[in-house]
Design a protein around this ligand. Structure first.
Ligand SMILES: C[S@@+](CC[C@H](N)C(=O)[O-])C[C@H]1O[C@@H](n2cnc3c(N)ncnc32)[C@H](O)[C@@H]1O
Length: 225
């Protein structure tokens, strides 16, 4: 998909095609991650192929910048768990901290017209996510390159922290989320090491997640109290 040649009609038809595939996936069709990336317009292998670990270390210092985007099985489980909130609050805002290629936001925007912002350390990934959003005409999804430890966070209602920072860097992120929760009720979704930090937080309580496989084992969601 090359943006320069896409007319508004073509953008709309790309979006409709992506929606049909995502709806089929929602209804249980077996669709692999590569196909879902393709319909969203994400060229992950091509971008990753141009990245160099030593150059990333030079640019960003010691951070968890390996790619490791979560499988769409987890993306789907996240959106299922959030569906009641999304339907009762059309203005709901998602902030994906360490968004990689923006799978969570792009998927939610196609399916629910969700408003989402992704913050990603590696500029090339944020650029690719932004390009994919433009190619689908998703005006409510934005992506920015930046370090979540330093960047300004746009206000949000739902936050994703999907295995995106090293455990040592987690405490200030959890503290910033707690400060956000003083201003309004927030929901936090997480996998892996951050699950333990959130499970220990007395300002959060768990929300149910019904999912099988890796999503059932890994995905946890909390709301602030
Ligand atoms: C495991 S991937 C998860 C990507 C995405 N959330 C998903 O699952 O589809 C973690 C991402 O967080 C990014 N990351 C790591 N440290 C970060 C930081 N301090 N600020 C912003 N992004 C960061 C990495 O570059 C990587 O792309």
């Amino acid at each position: 998909m090359s943006l320069s040649v896409l007319s508004p009609d073509a953008v709309c038809s790309e979006r409709m095609a992506a929606r049909r595939v995502i709806e089929a996936f929602e209804n249980g069709a077996e669709i692999d991650d590569a196909t879902l990336d393709r319909v969203l317009g994400l060229r992950i292998a091509a971008v990753e192929g141009r990245l160099d670990t030593l150059a990333l270390l030079d640019r960003y210092g010691v951070q968890r910048f390996d790619q490791g985007d979560l499988t769409y099985e987890v993306v789907r489980a996240f959106h299922h768990a959030l569906a009641p909130e999304i339907h009762s609050r059309p203005d709901l805002r998602l902030l994906d901290l360490g968004c990689g290629y923006g799978r969570f936001g792009l998927y939610g925007a196609i399916l629910h017209n969700l408003t989402a912002h992704g913050l990603e350390l590696v500029a090339e990934r944020a650029d690719e996510a932004r390009r994919a959003a433009a190619g689908l005409g998703l005006e409510r999804v934005t992506f920015e390159s930046g370090d979540m430890l330093q960047a300004v966070w746009p206000a949000a209602d739902v936050y994703c922290l999907m295995n995106s920072v090293l455990p040592d860097l987690l405490p200030p992120v959890v503290e910033r989320l707690r400060a956000e929760a003083l201003a309004r009720r927030i929901v936090i979704a997480s996998v892996s090491t951050s699950n333990r930090a959130f499970a220990d937080a007395d300002w959060l309580r768990p929300l149910p997640v019904t999912a099988e496989g890796v999503a059932g084992r890994e995905l946890r969601i909390w709301e602030s109290v």
